[in-house]
Design a binder for this molecule. Sequence first.
Ligand code: HAM
Length: 418
Amino acid sequence: MNDILPGDVEVWQHVESTARDVFGRFGYAEVRTPTVEDTGLFVRSVGETTDIVGKEMYTFEDKGGRSLSLRPEGTAPAARAYIEHSISNQEPLTRWFYMGPMFRYERMKTGRYRQFHQIGAEGYGSKEPAQDVEMMDMVVQLLQKLGLTDVSLNINSLGDDACRPAYQERLVEHLRGHASELCADCQVRLVKNPLRVLDCKVERCQQIASAAPNILESLCEPCRAHFGEVQRKLDALGIKYVVNPRIMRGLDYYTRTTFEFIAAHPALGTASTVGGGGRYDKLVKSLGGPDVPAVGFGLGLDRLCLLLKESGQKYGQPADLFIAVADEGSADVAFTLASRLRREGLRVEFDTRGGSLKSQMKRADKVGATFALVLGEAERQSGQAQLKRMAGGEPLSVQLENLAQTVREALAKPAAAS
Ligand code: HAM
């Protein structure tokens, strides 16, 4: 679990505000759900035999004897809220997004944490391929806007109730041939939930999984047509993708389309999946809600921020103006001036400790202020001061009375022009 300190937090805010902007363009509204939920919600949705539920949840009993869990993901809580508030009675198509901390007791690695953060979106009410592609388009546009272009979209289809049982049979046949080589968990999965063997992290299980039959060869006609249309629509939008039958996703609720965004960047090491999602047409009903199809995704905010930090770009807004005090008698006037300018909309730094002019100017430099202004006896008397651009250049003579306006105008001009 990480502290996110000033210096880094600006990168986080940049990703969050860019996501709000992009998702807003697609008509998605933010939803906020609690960090804890009834444990049963995740058992019934993500699945009992998944690593997430079986090994990684922070589960505890509250004082009322209820079993609660810190949410390991956002899809199940959103679906619970969707059902609880009868949203389907209010609108036929719902588009939600969320951001926030999730918790999984995972082994620490670069880009893999126990408290991590997701930006996710869920769309309820449309079974059409256009809805799947809208989701992927939204991620593509977000990544582009963030300047993260070295990310590849991998897509797959997991079929539905009509065709997945036949695939499962073929898979079990393959896995049975290696049953004794599978890890203890996978021996259980082989009986209870054979698909989950395919995303086991144990190396030998992965080798066996890599030789498993291809799920795309088992799709029924409607699933094949749906997946074909997803690809046609991605092509029409000019979105590049790879069809990858190994995108199984590790959570039980998916039907048909699944997808992952995989970054080709060494900063993430093996934790290179920056996001994943898919369609889950049966989940809402299975949780006691209406029969509403849905599709969504979750992006790893920590991982996106790691990638952006690598790019070395600076985010955040420095102070517009640093007000330095030349003599003790001017401190009160400078303090009041700083307060007034802030009320007028400027970002103003003032060293409340006082100190020498030299040390104040050092601080102006350290905080990266764009302009500095020294206030002393002479400036107080004349009502005029010198506005100095910290990056260099001729100082500007300014009237203290309309300082906010002058600074705003100077900020709008490029450095050399002022
Ligand atoms: P997920 O693939 O389990 O899907 O997680 C989505 C993303 O969260 C991952 O691709 C990864 O970037 C990030 N992530 C997961 N675990 C960690 C971790 N321990 N540390 C850092 N980042 C992590 C879901 O959670 C689904 N709810 C996505 C979804 C939404 N499907 C449909 N709707």
